[in-house]
Write a protein that binds this ligand. Structure first.
Ligand SMILES: [Zn+2]
Length: 287
């Protein structure tokens, strides 16, 4: 994927330098408490431990400098986010609407979101309440291992575009429709809607790639295959097989690998947004 040197989004916040779990010692306050500690003869290490658990609410949290690798992943993610902003601004304008870009937070281990605290293990997430994507880039290393070590930046871009797809669904009202169903339907019936929403987000990732390619020409040979491989690797059936050894379709919330590949590919081939509504209206068995 060709991305280096392209414009970056200003909507990325990097919390990885804030220390464990994205929490940090507040600059001035920490120095003051440490000072008081020395004055009163309390073991400073104990105080540091305590301070380490103080949530960071202020803007002046002390950050360590980013590593070279962190700088690179931040640049990559900011560039991909900018690609999504350009495409979705365009598409919304064409539909007579205006696009409100999401924020994206990079974190390590655990993060506080407008939807609650999330551990890294859940993978990248989008929180509709604060319109923010949360991403621990070590997820990409795992993805790479799953794909047999092939370095594929376009697969990572696909993952980001899928999360931004959830944001687009939020703006267009699709997430709201599914959220309503959560309250009225049985778990099994609701899961089907959740799958529909996930496949629509995959479709949106494909639509993004279609229009992004036209405008930025960022796809290189092998990229599409790599993204399809990762869509294949992160389907619910694969995830379940790995974790429990069996697959139970009624517990699917993301769709099967084959479904994810199919909808991503369709978006990529057509770039057609009029399909969004159809994805919500077609019989579940046809997805
Ligand atoms: Zn999703």
């Amino acid at each position: 994927m060709k991305w280096e040197g392209q414009e970056q989004s200003g909507n990325v916040e990097d919390r990885r330098q804030l220390g464990r779990k994205g929490l940090a010692i507040g600059g001035g306050g920490a120095v003051l408490v440490l000072l008081l500690g020395y004055v009163f003869g309390v073991n400073p290490d104990l105080i540091k431990q305590f301070l380490g658990n103080v949530p960071n609410e202020g803007q002046q949290a002390q950050k360590r400098p980013p590593t070279v690798e962190e700088e690179r992943s931040r640049a990559f993610v900011s560039t991909i986010l900018k690609f999504t902003e350009s495409v979705w601004h365009d598409q919304f304008r064409k539909a007579g609407q205006s696009y409100e870009a999401p924020r994206l937070v990079l974190f390590a281990e655990e993060v506080r979101t407008g939807c609650g605290t999330a551990p890294s293990a859940v993978g990248p997430i989008y929180c509709p309440a604060d319109k923010t994507v949360y991403l621990d880039p070590t997820f990409f290393e795992e993805l790479e291992r799953k794909l047999g070590g092939s370095k594929a930046e376009f697969s990572q871009a696909y993952v980001i575009a899928h999360e931004v797809g959830h944001h687009v669904q939020n703006l267009l009202g699709y997430s709201g429709i599914v959220d309503q169903k959560r309250r009225t339907l049985s778990k099994e019936e609701y899961n089907k809607w959740s799958v529909r929403l996930e496949l629509q987000a995959d479709y949106l990732a494909g639509v993004w790639a279609y229009h992004g390619q036209k405008r930025f020409n960022f796809i290189e040979p092998g990229d599409i295959e790599a993204a399809i491989k990762s869509a294949n690797a992160i389907g619910d059936d694969r995830l379940q097989k790995r974790s429990s050894g069996f697959v139970s379709p009624e517990a699917f919330t993301h769709g099967s690998s084959a479904q994810r590949v199919r909808w991503f590919r369709q978006g990529l081939q057509t770039g057609d947004l009029s399909m969004l509504k159809k994805i919500f209206e077609m019989p579940y068995g046809d997805l």
